[in-house]
Each structure stands twice: as C-alpha cells, then as structure tokens.
Design a protein around this ligand. Structure first.
Ligand code: ADP
Length: 388
C-alpha cells in the first residue's frame, strides 16, 4: 500500500507468489500510463507549436460562439486575452454590428473588418463549421487592400489623365474633317480611322472610369424608384438604331408591375450593355427579346438572343475585364471588353446577380436577378401599361 501511495513505481516490494505477480502487473500498467501521458503531452505541445506557426489567426468556437481555443496570431489580431477570455462569447468581444450579423447568419463567405486591437489593420474573417463547433480563420489583408487601392487609383488616374489629350485629338480631327473636301482621299480615310479609334479610346476611358467609381463606392449613388418599362422602351429604340440595316427583330415583353429602387443611370448602363451585346453578337435578322418580369420573390431582366452563343468553357471568364471569346469579332463591334464586368459590379450593388445560359450557334440568355428588397409594387393606376 505504501509503495502504491508513494507513486514511485521503480522498485516494487519484494513479494513471493501471487503478490509478486500483482506488483509486477501494477508496475507495468503504471509505466504504460506514464509513457502514454508523456506522448500526449508531446503531441499537444507539437500541435500548439504548429498552430502558432500558422501565419493566420485560428479560433475554435463552441456553442453560442464561445471561445474555446485560439492561437497566438488570433490573440494579437483580435486582442484576445488568455485565460480571461476563455468561454466568453466572441460577439461580446468584437462588437461590430457587421460581425454580429455575420455570426448570426452563419455566413460562409468572408467579411473584412478593421482589427479590434488596431483599426489600421484590415482583417479578413471566415467562419468554417465543423461538427457542433465553428472555426474562425482570421487573415491580415492590410497589404493586399493597400495594393488593391493603389491599383484602382492608378487605373482611375491614368484614365482621367487620358481624357484631356483624347479630347484635343478628337477636336482636331473633327476640325480637319470639317475641311474634308480639300483633303486627298487617302488622307480622308486616315482621318476617318483616327476618328474611329479616338472614339473607341474615349469609350474605353469612360468605361474604366465607371468601373473605378463602381469599385470605390459600395452602394448606388442614389436610390429612387425607377420606371423600368419606360427605361426599356428607350433602350429598345436605341437597339433598333444600333441594329440598323441588320434588321434584328427586337421585342420587349413586360409582366408584373413593380419599380426598382436603384440609380437609373447605373441600371441603364447595365441593361444597355446586355442589349447592345445581343445586337452585336447576333447575326443579321436574328431575334432579340428583352423580358422584364417581377413578383413577390424579386425582379428579373432577361435578354434572349438567337446569336452566336458562348461555349461553356468561356462562360465563367466573360466577366473578366478585357476577356473576349473571339478577339477579332469583338474588335469589329467596337466593344471595350469591360461591359460584362460593369454589369456584374452594378448588380452586386443591389444584392443582385447575373446568370448566363448559352449554346454555341443557338443563342444566349443573360438574366439580371434582383432581390425583393429593391423592388416596389407599382401603384394600381400606373400598372395598366400597354405591352409592346
Ligand atoms: P465586349 O465589349 O467585347 O462586348 P463584354 O464584357 O460586354 O465585352 O463581353 C465579353 C465577351 O463576352 C465578348 O467579347 C463576347 O465574346 C462575349 N459575349 C457577350 N455577350 C454576348 C452575347 N450576347 N452573345 C455571344 N457572346 C457574347
């Protein structure tokens, strides 16, 4: 008994017979137990060392998003104190309404927040569910954000700086064109080329500036009820003019009666890009349908064409800036290659999204989906609108 209580298992008492076997067995089991404990302690130390070597913050959250465990990086980025904060709810420590909503909705897409311990740092926070718990992954994206801002500012500044020389070249070429009769035919051709290309550059600069503006502000410039059917009537007339001799059959279908709470200029930009693309990528005589519909779930604007279509491997990439399925063809349409990137950005501002359904040689359907939160039912007297 004394040997057992002493905890020193090295030298068991000398005992004959069955007692000797009992002591030897007790000694073996104690030795095993000790070595397993040592292994576990080593494993835990190694795990903690590894977790602390991870360059990102890692936090284990239990029920009610209570803090269970975190690594050193998470402690320094989120200002967590050990052991005082153990068991506290993380929502009580990081008191940002945005973060509160992020936890409540159990969002799986990351959010970016200023660091609670140092507001000059930007943190990207991601919530990963596993079992009954959640893992919070925290990454310092300050440098990335700074680079992104620099890139945006650079593009916006260059575009802005290009405006003045472009205006001068345009103005001069117009003046020369006014004196067209005195020019030799080759010079007139060259002048026309100069005018076409400066026109194209101006469109490019305008689109780059619009994208820069969309990227730097998170919401629409102003949100007022927009009479979408009236906007679409105007766009249809412009599309007919753009189609010209190609004689597309351009139809407008309107169902449902609601207005969108949006910035009219932004909506016009998004919708016109889709409609003009449909005209540009549909052979002469094809049909283009502009369809506006809304119900209690939200609103949709679809542009359906019978054009050249897009192969499936290109569809995920057409939103990228300057991505063209067929460079030669896009050059001829005078497109800037920024149209769909602009549409996507504008829709994101309203919580909407763009979907594409397309088959090569058969046509494409581009649909803008708007959530119910930006739709408003039209007054009864205004909803009796003739369809065209
Ligand atoms: P672009 O100015 O070149 O039209 P966009 O960003 O508007 O640039 O479109 C990107 C690319 O997607 C286009 O170059 C074209 O290849 C393809 N695309 C866009 N709309 C259509 C359409 N309705 N039918 C077929 N291809 C399209």
């Amino acid at each position: 008994m004394r040997w057992l209580l002493r905890g020193d298992i090295a030298s068991p008492p000398d005992a004959p017979g069955i007692w000797g076997k009992v002591f030897a067995s007790l000694r073996r089991s104690r030795t095993r137990h000790r070595s397993r404990r040592r292994q576990l302690a080593q494993l835990l130390a190694r795990f903690t060392e590894t977790a602390n070597a991870v360059p990102d913050g890692v936090v284990v959250l239990g029920a009610g998003f209570a803090l269970e465990w975190w690594n050193d990086k998470a402690a320094s980025m989120l200002g967590l104190r050990s052991p005082q904060d153990q068991g506290s709810r993380i929502g009580n420590l990081i008191r940002s309404p945005e973060f509160g909503a992020f936890l409540r909705d159990r969002r799986t897409d990351p959010i970016t927040l200023p660091a609670p311990a140092n507001p000059r740092l930007s943190l990207e926070i991601r919530l990963v569910p596993y079992g009954e718990q959640h893992l919070l992954l925290v990454r310092d994206v300050t440098r990335l954000q700074r680079l992104e801002t620099m890139r945006r500012d650079f593009v916006a500044n260059v575009s802005h700086e290009l405006r003045t020389p472009l205006t001068v070249v345009r103005g001069l070429s117009e003046t020369l064109a006014d004196e067209g009769s005195s020019l030799a035919p080759e010079d007139r051709d060259m002048l026309m080329l100069i005018q076409q290309q400066t026109e194209r550059m101006s469109r490019l600069v305008d689109d780059l500036l619009l994208l820069a503006r969309l990227e730097t502000s998170s919401g629409p410039a102003e949100s007022a009820p927009v009479d979408v059917p009236a906007l679409l009537q105007g766009l249809r007339d412009e599309a007919v003019a753009l189609s010209g001799e190609r004689g597309h059959d351009i139809r407008l279908e309107i169902s449902g009666d609601c207005e969108l709470l949006a910035d009219e200029g932004e909506l016009r930009s998004a919708f016109s890009n889709l409609v003009f693309n449909a005209v540009n990528y549909t052979p002469a005589g094809g049909t283009i349908t502009m369809r506006w519909s809304c119900d209690s779930q939200g609103a949709q604007f679809a542009v359906i064409d019978t054009g050249i279509g897009i192969a499936p491997e290109h569809i995920p990439r057409v939103f990228e800036r300057f991505y063209r399925v067929d460079r030669g063809r896009s050059g001829k349409t005078g497109g800037t290659g920024l149209g769909l990137a602009i549409v996507k950005h504008i829709l994101q501002r309203y919580g909407g999204r763009l979907t594409i359904d397309s088959r090569v040689g058969q046509g494409s359907t581009f649909t803008c989906h708007f959530p119910a939160s930006v739709c408003r039912p039209l007054a009864a007297d205004r909803s009796q609108r003739p369809l065209s």
